[in-house]
Write a protein that binds this ligand. Structure first.
Ligand code: UDP
Ligand code: MG
Length: 315
């Protein structure tokens, strides 16, 4: 039996790129005849003829498969959907716009054969991305790594290979607001890295607008970190301490050394600060409980077992 490689491609308005990317994939994978492959296009509510292109290809080649979303749900759900239906021994996810050069897959396959269960990529250069995009991506990774329990390298992309067992566990993740890469990183497993240079998009425009990217960034931060929730509490502690000492100082000064140095209004103001500090601390406490609820609700597996030794399914 030949091993099957599934290539999953989310598609949003890529009518011109679909035949090109498929050609490239075919050319690349035909150089490794020891593998069979399937290419799963997930049409994420495209408003152009992307679906027609997918249908056309699928008539010409049964290795082309497709899912057609009822509307635009976003790249993360589209990638997930492709992984949910993929049947390969390894699943490769890539963009449709050829910014993820299919030849790099050969390196993936080599590392996979050598035992890697997740092969991830780091983009060395992102041609065509503006200064702002580069900068905001840097800031995002810095922040993400500061606050999150999972570390992600700057410049990692959704161009990846995952072994079948990784995908099987991934299918069980029920969370809704999701960041594909973050979830795969969270899972661990034996990892290998490939660096590549991202060329410019050939046709069409990058549809990941800044708004969408910002939302993705927010989702990622909130699904991998509870810091934003705790922040209120920390700020409260700082405010309470500062205003507490200040208040004490003012009262003591008024009583002992210089009566009436601080007006009642000033004292009232600082007392107010003190109370605000207490309110914020209470919010922080509530946040701790919400954090627990959040953890229960996203319902991640508690641990992931790679292999069982002398333990049968019944145990
Ligand atoms: N994409 C998608 N749904 C969307 C936006 C994008 O499936 O709502 C797909 C798109 O077709 C492409 C990949 O996600 O295959 C990356 O999109 P894009 O090139 O616009 O993003 P960037 O290169 O800026 O990361
Ligand atoms: Mg792109």
């Amino acid at each position: 039996m030949k091993k099957l490689i599934s290539v999953v491609i989310p598609v949003f308005n890529e009518e011109q790129n679909i035949p090109l990317v498929f050609d490239e994939i075919k050319k690349t994978l035909l150089t490794r005849p020891e593998y069979d492959f399937e290419v799963i296009f997930v049409n994420d509510g495209s408003r152009d003829n992307s679906l027609l292109e997918i249908l056309k290809l699928s008539r010409e080649d049964i290795r082309v498969k497709g899912l057609d979303f009822s509307r635009n749900f976003g790249k993360e759900p589209a990638t997930s959907a492709g992984c949910h239906v993929a049947t390969g021994d390894a699943v490769i996810t890539m963009d449709a716009d050829l910014q993820h050069p299919p030849v790099v897959m050969l390196q993936f396959l080599k590392l996979w054969e050598e035992g890697a269960e997740v092969v991830y990529t780091v983009r060395k250069e992102n041609r065509g991305a503006g200064l702002f995009k580069k900068l905001s991506s840097k800031v995002f990774y810095w922040l993400f790594n500061k606050v999150s329990a999972v570390k992600t390298e700057s410049g990692t992309t959704d161009f990846r290979l995952m072994d079948k067992k990784v995908i099987e566990v991934f299918r069980k993740f029920p969370e809704r607001e999701r960041m594909f890469r973050g979830m795969i990183d969270w899972m661990g497993y034996k990892r290998a890295k490939v660096e590549f240079v991202a060329p410019e998009r050939i046709h069409g425009v990058a549809t990941y607008s800044y708004g969408k990217l910002f939302q993705l960034a927010l989702n990622s931060l909130t699904s991998f970190s509870l810091l934003p929730l705790r922040l209120a509490g920390y700020i409260g502690i700082v405010i309470m301490l500062i205003s507490g000492f200040l208040l004490l100082g003012m009262l003591v000064t008024n009583w002992v050394s210089a009566p009436n140095m601080f007006t009642p209004i000033a004292i009232l103001g600082v007392s107010n600060m003190f109370l605000i500090g207490i309110v914020l601390i209470s919010l922080g406490f509530i946040a701790l409980y919400i954090a627990r609820i959040h953890n229960e609700v996203i319902n991640r597996p508690l641990y992931i077992v790679r292999e069982k030794v002398n333990i049968s399914e019944k145990n």
